[in-house]
Design a protein around this ligand. Structure first.
Ligand SMILES: [Zn+2]
Length: 324
């Protein structure tokens, strides 16, 4: 982390928050057709003791509930009350998508592909612009919670760019079961943070439109480990211990269905499998065909497609290719 930005009084979204104070700011982003205001609660907790500002976000994709759940638990358990510095929580960035259980904004845009946004662009772009200009300037460190798309269930992991040594160290501290090296996608939240020299860990776990307890636990406990490292976790919390060190995954590939049919998964997410191991079967509805999906190499299963039926070519497993 670079030099901490927060000094004394925090001026954010038109509000003033002194050290030791907390405030929920309703970030007014738009109006519905019905003239109903759409407001995003931004929950700010400040310690009297000076320190960094951490921003914790979920629901950038409106249907990724597990991420919203992680931030909800952090607030409900009062983990967001810092021993020093400031913690800003935004559990739900895309309220529109949350209402309709959709990844996108009503303008059809993926919020995570329009950063840094434009002042007079379409809805998602305007929102990104306000976020970048009114919230990010105050922030030293970001944690952003996601899930796999559609029915694809991600093993809990952190994503970092392979060349960012500072983030690799933070990923070790977060200590999710896996850490994936992945380049920053253009116009994503991660890429704008990289441009502005703000450290960000992106967490992936579970699948969209689903809420999994084990995944939420990984997200919350990793956050606690990061906050403890930053000396921001209040002393009455016990720092959760992870039995194993995070497994770094440098290279991975998608295993695709060779046939269309009913998909029967045989291995749990996160499992280390051997080359040739049976991972799933694909059958037809008539009991004639039974195709065995085998592991192309030894590796960890980091995503499992939980869809009951697949088309030929659909991604069914994400597997690591080079064991650490
Ligand atoms: Zn996402």
């Amino acid at each position: 982390m670079n030099k901490e930005k927060t000094t004394d009084i925090l001026h954010i979204l038109g509000e003033t928050i002194a050290p030791g104070k907390s405030k929920t700011i309703n970030f007014n982003i738009a109006k519905l057709y019905t003239s109903t205001k759409v407001e995003i609660p931004v929950i700010v907790e400040r310690s009297k003791n000076a320190g960094p500002t951490v921003l914790i976000t979920g629901g950038i994709h409106g249907d990724e509930l597990n991420g919203v759940e992680v931030v909800r638990q952090i607030i409900a358990k009062k983990i967001n009350k810092p021993a020093r510095g400031t913690i800003i929580c935004i559990p739900l960035l895309n309220v529109f998508g949350f209402l309709s259980m959709d990844r996108y904004f009503p303008d059809g845009k993926d919020l995570n592909r329009v950063f840094p946004g434009t002042k007079n662009g379409s809805l998602a772009s305007r929102f990104a612009y306000q976020f970048v200009n009114e919230i990010l300037p105050h922030v030293d460190f970001c944690l952003d919670f996601h899930t796999g798309g559609a029915s694809r269930f991600n093993a809990p992991h952190i994503r970092v760019a392979p060349d960012n040594t500072s983030l690799i160290e933070y990923a070790k501290i977060f200590n999710a079961p896996f850490t994936l090296f992945s380049k920053n996608i253009k116009k994503s939240y991660r890429s704008i943070c990289a441009q502005k020299d703000i450290d960000i860990l992106l967490f992936e776990g579970g699948k969209s439109q689903d809420n999994n307890r084990d995944i939420a636990k990984e997200g919350v406990e990793g956050t606690m480990r990061i906050l403890a490292h930053l000396e921001m976790l209040l002393p009455h919390f016990e720092i959760p211990i992870q039995k194993q060190d995070t497994v770094f995954i440098e290279k991975s590939m998608w295993i695709r269905a060779k046939y269309s049919g009913l998909l029967h998964i045989k291995v749990p997410y996160g499992k280390k499998v051997e080359k040739g191991e049976e991972l799933a079967t694909i059958t037809d509805p008539y009991g004639k065909m039974r195709h065995i999906v085998k592991a192309p190499n030894q590796g960890y299963i980091i995503n499992v497609n939980e869809a009951p039926i697949v088309y030929k070519g659909d991604a069914i497993f994400h597997i690591s290719q080079k064991l650490p």
